[in-house]
Design a protein around this ligand. Structure first.
Ligand code: EPZ
Length: 442
């Protein structure tokens, strides 16, 4: 098992480069399954989730070629040849590793009118149901049943009809999954209360490049006219907006006052106005210039309360990172998650570092910097964004912080310790024996 060992108090200096978006790369890969031929996608991040999803796609008979080199700052290209697809299944042992594998339900229905896909497991927080995905497929005319932990779906006559579906609540995954099935349906589909995240919009633009007839991307109502066939395409993934937001928060936390930290390869508009406005309200100077974001170190950070919401609201995937920023603010604040009301597994771990945090329902009450700075300890990652919040906290806590189970981190951040080392942070990856690690509950 790997852990990151961080010596706190280091100055963040120089540059961090934003990689390709994880949460966009996965639906782009699923879209490639819809076309009979070779699809090429540029700017794919080197992440465990991409490797897992590649294996899920290979099970169907598609070939996936992805040869990442060792330089984390050079974008990677993946090619997916879906010509010989013949096995319309996604097995439990792979789907359980990564929920987004459930996109194969829409992709296989859209390509071949049938699918047998394992229900995804749970995750560190909340039940994360897929009822909207299934209701959406039924709305398009699919016959769906659950058997032995699998969802089995088929389109009568081999092709879906199309139909109307309203998502309640807004769901990124369900919007993506139902679009995958709707683009090759016989008729029109009208999808209401859709997600407008950049992940969904860029994914929809790839479907359009492949021949799909889609209107309304980025709004709450998307209309699709089904087409006979989708064509293979060469497409470029967008930068990771959550990685960008994470690096901006890291820069606000650890850039020496008066110095400027640069983040390159970014697409700042994908953060959404709410995050950007809240970030400015902290008093940390930030400048956007094309794909470069410059953050200036400050002596003090103003407390700014936030509430997450579907895009263009404040991303739930930046909630844990913001909480760490607010532990260093000159006063109390609150962090409320309205998307996942129990996504707070990082809070008890941050309290081990001395952070003044209290969870009440869907809200974390943050005491701010106070008199006592955080001090290093051994802490446990529980999920992807929680683990990166522990790394951020370790950067500002006094002394050494060991962040355990960083396999969570590797799912969404490309060789993060290497990038942070090159930006001046004293962080190393070490292996450890979980059974004997200090601070690990038996
Ligand atoms: C995507 O998950 C992201 N994952 C998540 O990022 C992100 O936190 C989430 O969107 C919200 O932005 C990927 O893109 C791979 P949802 P998804 O469906 O699609 C409820 C990360 O850290 N819901 O938009 O699973 C659900 O319970 C990950 O990169 C239903 O009720 O999220 C939640 O309350 C973590 N029924 C709300 O919708 C359903 O069928 C939003 O979830 C589906 C969802």
């Amino acid at each position: 098992m790997d852990k990151l060992v961080i010596q706190g108090g280091g100055a963040l200096q120089g540059t961090l480069h934003v990689g390709g978006s994880k949460n966009t790369a996965l639906p782009l890969m699923a879209a490639a399954v819809l076309a009979d031929g070779v699809t090429t996608i540029h700017n794919i991040p080197v992440l465990k989730d991409v490797a897992t999803f590649s294996n899920v796609i290979r099970v169907t008979g598609c070939t996936v070629d992805w040869a990442p080199d060792d330089d984390p700052d050079t974008p990677e290209t993946i090619t997916i040849d879906a010509s010989n697809i013949h096995h319309f299944e996604a097995p439990y042992d792979l789907v359980k590793q990564m929920r987004a594998s459930f996109y194969m339900l829409g992709a296989l229905l859209g390509r071949g009118g049938k699918a047998r896909v394992s229900l995804p497991g749970g995750c560190a927080w909340g039940p994360r149901p897929v009822d909207l995905h299934i209701k959406g497929m039924e709305a398009l005319g699919a016959r769906v049943r659950e058997e032995g932990g699998y969802v089995i779906a088929e389109a009568p006559g081999g092709r879906l009809d199309g139909g109307r579906m309203r998502f309640e609540p807004v769901s990124v995954g369900a919007t993506i999954n139902v679009l995958l099935a709707a683009v090759t349906a016989r008729g029109e589909s009208v999808l209401e209360n859709c997600a407008a995240e950049p992940d969904v919009v860029v994914f929809g633009e790839m479907l359009q490049a492949m021949g799909a007839q889609i209107d309304g991307l980025g709004t709450d109502t998307i209309t699709v006219q089904g087409v006979e066939k989708m064509s293979p395409v060469t497409f470029t993934n967008c930068p990771d907006r959550i990685e960008l937001g994470t690096y901006m928060i890291a820069a606000a936390l650890a850039t020496p006052p008066g110095e400027t930290f640069r983040i390159t390869g970014a697409q700042p508009e994908h953060l959404g106005p709410d995050f950007t406005e809240r970030f400015r309200e902290t008093g940390v100077p930030v400048r956007f210039d094309g794909d470069v974001v410059e953050v200036e170190g400050v002596e003090s950070i103003r407390p700014v309360s936030i509430e997450t919401a579907p895009f263009p609201g404040f991303a739930t995937d930046l909630q844990a990172q913001w909480t760490v920023l607010m532990t260093q603010a000159d006063g109390p604040s609150t962090v409320r998650d309205t998307v996942y009301t129990d996504r707070f597994k990082h809070v008890p771990e941050l309290r081990r570092l001395g952070a003044d945090l209290r969870v009440e329902g869907d809200t974390v009450h943050v005491g701010g910097k106070g008199e006592r700075p955080m001090s290093g300890a051994t802490v446990m990652s529980t999920d992807l964004r929680a683990s990166v919040s522990l790394v951020l906290a370790g950067m500002v806590a006094q002394g050494e912080t060991d962040v355990l189970r960083v396999y969570h981190l590797d799912r969404g951040y490309e060789r993060l310790e290497g990038k942070l080392q090159r930006a001046g942070i004293d962080v190393v990856r070490e292996t450890y024996d979980e059974a004997h690690a200090e601070g690990v509950a038996a």
